[in-house]
Ligand binder design. Structure first.
Ligand SMILES: Nc1ncnc2c1ncn2[C@@H]1O[C@H](COP(=O)(O)OP(=O)(O)OP(=O)(O)O)[C@@H](O)[C@H]1O
Ligand SMILES: O=P(O)(O)OC[C@H]1O[C@H](OP(=O)(O)OP(=O)(O)O)[C@H](O)[C@@H]1O
Ligand SMILES: [Mg+2]
Length: 285
């Protein structure tokens, strides 16, 4: 049975559960459940603190886990990212009161507060900067006002938390993060376990594709087919079927959801008609 770690709380928890549900896995019904077995899919899910997931996975007790790339790197655990999942996107940045620093080179001798001590200490060392790092559990934006540090390093999504605290980012982003599937580095699973891991990844990839693409159908005159196909090349190549009316064909192709309206306008302009888009619920590429 495949054993998978899933975040039990925080920004990663809700979207991770939704993605697993969309991929056809049973999920817990109640937020206090710590583990559940999905007998149909032969998987056991363990609901763990996001910060601890890389440690469990690196210990070899759990086969794979879902966590944040920043949390994986911060942990220093012996685990690697095997699939980015596209949610909980954030950047990890330094911030301070305006005028305190312009880049990491200005941090010599300063104190940096953060919940991600591993990332910050590593970044300072990579840049040859000696500075103190104070570990706080959260709400680090307040650390400057309360005199615990001159600089913070934290997760930034919209920047609202920083603005509310009168802080500004400075320097280059330290890293970009999103939710990722992780696995123990160099895991040497037997053939049966490996095929289950690959099936799990294909299911999640299927959800990512179903979220990003729509199916587009339309009719067009044979003379316009090449132009139309250039607008909707599909993943391999579009399906083209004859219509009962001679000189017309029906075309079917997957297109990126974000571009669907523009593509429909362009198809209409070259004479395509009956242009439809439909959602894709699941897929295997
Ligand atoms: N506002 C946010 N937007 C996007 N991703 C975020 C945000 N806050 C945290 N994350 C991401 O969520 C993960 C951290 O999850 P974690 O549950 O530890 O923190 P949290 O979401 O801040 O919850 P908590 O309320 O427990 O602090 C990291 O990968 C981080 O990049
Ligand atoms: O750029 P923003 O959109 O404001 O998002 C970033 C904030 O969100 C998270 O905080 P959270 O609310 O989880 O509190 P925490 O600091 O206690 O983790 C993160 O730690 C930042 O503070
Ligand atoms: Mg938080």
């Amino acid at each position: 049975m495949l054993r998978i770690a899933v975040p039990n709380k925080g920004s990663l928890s809700g979207p991770a559960g939704e993605m697993l549900h969309e991929a056809g896995y049973q999920q817990r019904r109640e937020s206090k459940e710590l583990r559940i077995v999905d007998p149909v899919n032969d998987v056991e899910f363990f609901y763990l603190r996001p910060r601890d997931i890389a440690i469990y996975v690196s210990s070899g007790q759990l086969d794979i886990g879902i966590t944040g790339r920043d949390l994986l790197i911060d942990s220093g655990a012996d685990a690697e990212e095997i699939l980015p999942l596209g949610f909980a996107r954030s950047t990890f940045r330094f911030a301070s009161k305006p005028g305190t620093a312009n880049g990491v080179e200005d941090l010599k001798g300063k104190t940096v507060a953060t919940s991600y001590e591993g990332i910050v200490a590593g970044h300072l060392a990579d840049n040859g900067i000696e500075a103190s790092v104070v570990h706080l559990d959260g709400a680090v934006e307040t650390a400057i006002e309360l005199g615990v540090a001159e600089v913070i390093a934290d997760v930034v999504e919209t920047g609202t938390s920083l603005r509310n605290a009168g802080l500004e980012v400075f320097g280059e982003p330290i890293m970009k993060s999103e939710a990722v599937v992780i696995r123990r580095t160099g895991a040497d699973a037997d053939e049966a376990a490996e095929s289950k891991v690959q099936q799990f990844l294909r299911r999640l990839q299927g959800v990512l594709v179903a979220r990003t693409y729509v199916m587009m159908d339309y009719d067009c005159r044979v003379e316009q087919l090449e132009k139309a196909v250039a607008l909707t090349p599909g993943l391999e190549s579009p399906t083209v079927s004859p219509l009962h009316n001679e000189g017309w064909v029906a075309v079917r192709a997957m297109v990126p959801a974000k571009e669907a309206q523009r593509i429909m306008d362009d198809l209409y302009d070259i004479g395509a008609r009956a242009i439809l888009t439909t959602a894709i619920h699941a897929c295997r590429l």
